[in-house]
Write a protein that binds this ligand. Structure first.
Ligand code: AMP
Ligand code: GLY
Length: 421
């Protein structure tokens, strides 16, 4: 099977790495890729916002399967263009990708499917903002209604901070979503979905804030771990039955069946699990830990999803133990990152590349905000965490920063689901 992966983050490096270990894969390419994917796959230039260019590359390269990593090409319709060219593609249609691309569409689907999520209101007229804010209580949750790479959300107890963020979005012409605050720990559950068949992967937890102790602005994700040692038995099954399967069925009913990876971002609140958001693709950095533990060959699984044959696949196999990833970010991230700095020590095991490129002289240099994703594994979460930070110590990038507390509270047994009063 010739497999082409679209994207250039550590998520794609992790997908390419897993595919490279599947004996069914005879050729592997990544577009546009990074300095890490270039060591295990052919690289091809690609503008990921151009669906026709994706389909043309897939045809020229004679791909049997295309796996689309990021949301931008999916929302733009690249999976539709590839399927129209007669090539199997892992990833939803543009119509189904709206589950991520439009928060109001997602809310509508959830309401129809009877799935718990925060009460919300869309504001598209600045004159209505104050009255709308008055219908919420602190902490205020203010979101950009469209795609914002995880950075469009402000959660603040301060009304002025909430109002200022909403005003900035509205002035830029972006509708704003106001939401009730959800208490409880967050979890990310990835599910392979082909129409109504839902196969969950291991649950993971992501660290969205830039600083230790969950301080500072939101980012695309600064680290993750899997599985969740604090999760009650049966949690994954409950999440599939109460949340993901009803949403998949509702998408089928609306004649926009979802095919690909449906990512449920959840808050495990005192009154039960509730959806924070859906994404239409693998999450970054959670993929790096989930795929580090997956033992079932990945290409076969993704092709079965792409061709509607998921129901015929056996149960997934997982390694025992845990995985932790820590993201190394460039100076300035999540603002404008400094790029072009030389990275050393980034060729070892467990070092996945994101914003990197190889310079003409052979040096690997930074080329984006999130630069590397260092993955550690071990028999338990504490060992996996130690492994990740030990590997990170061998990597150097001037001016870079990373969180030092990824998975620390889970290792210390400090995470629990709040109980109802
Ligand atoms: P989103 O882009 O919707 O995933 O939001 C990014 C982050 O903001 C989430 O991972 C949460 O940490 C936080 N967040 C978003 N919505 C809520 C909410 N309703 N209640 C509490 N925290 C939220
Ligand atoms: N880890 C968050 C995301 O992929 O959206």
């Amino acid at each position: 099977m010739r497999v082409l992966v679209v994207g250039s983050g550590a998520r794609e490096h992790s997908i390419v790495l897993a595919l490279s270990q599947d004996p069914e894969v005879t050729a592997l390419a990544c577009a546009p890729g990074n300095a890490g994917t270039a060591t295990i796959a052919e690289q091809h230039g690609l503008d990921v916002t151009d669906p026709a260019a994706g389909a043309e590359l897939a045809r020229r390269w004679r791909a049997d399967l295309v796996v689309i990593g990021p949301e931008v090409p999916l929302v733009a319709g690249m999976a539709d263009a590839i399927r129209a060219a007669g090539i199997d593609c892992f990833g939803p249609s543009a119509a189904a990708a709206r589950i991520e691309g439009s928060k109001s569409f997602a809310k509508d689907v959830m309401a129809a499917a009877g799935v718990r999520t925060a009460r919300s209101e869309v504001v598209d007229n600045p004159a209505r903002l104050d009255a709308a804010l008055a219908r919420f209580r602190p902490p205020y949750v203010v979101k950009d209604d469209g795609l914002a790479a995880g950075k469009g959300v402000v959660v603040s107890a301060d009304l002025e901070v909430a109002r200022a963020h909403a005003s900035t979005l509205l002035e830029a012409g972006h509708p704003v979503l106001l939401e009730d605050y959800l208490d409880g720990p967050e979890a990310s559950l990835f599910c392979l979905v082909d129409g109504e068949t839902v196969v969950p992967l291991l649950p993971a937890q992501d660290f969205k804030r830039v600083g230790d102790g969950d301080t500072g602005p939101n980012t695309g994700g600064m680290g993750a771990y899997a599985p969740l040692p604090w999760a009650p038995p049966g949690l994954t099954q409950q999440l599939v039955e109460e949340i993901v399967a009803p949403v998949a069925a509702e998408m089928v009913r609306r004649e926009v069946p979802f095919q690909g990876l449906l990512y449920a971002g959840l808050a495990l609140t005192s009154s039960g699990p509730a959806v924070i958001e859906f994404n239409c693709r693998f999450g970054d950095p959670e993929t790096q830990v989930v795929l580090a533990l997956l033992r079932t060959p990945l290409a076969r699984l993704l092709r079965a999803t792409a061709t509607g044959k998921l129901a015929g696949e056996g149960p997934l196999e997982w390694a025992d133990g845990s995985a932790v990833t820590v993201v190394v970010a460039a100076e300035g991230y999540p603002g404008t990152p400094r790029v072009g700095d030389v990275i050393t020590g980034a060729d070892g095991e467990g070092v996945l590349h994101a914003g990197t490129r190889r310079r003409e002289d052979g040096a690997v240099v930074s080329a984006g905000g999130r630069v590397l994703s260092i993955v550690g594994t071990g028999p338990d979460l504490a060992a996996a965490r130690d492994d990740a930070y030990r590997r990170l110590a061998g990597v150097h990038l001037a001016g870079s920063h990373h969180r030092t507390d990824i998975a620390a509270r889970a290792v210390a047994g400090e995470i629990s689901i709040p109980t109802a009063e």
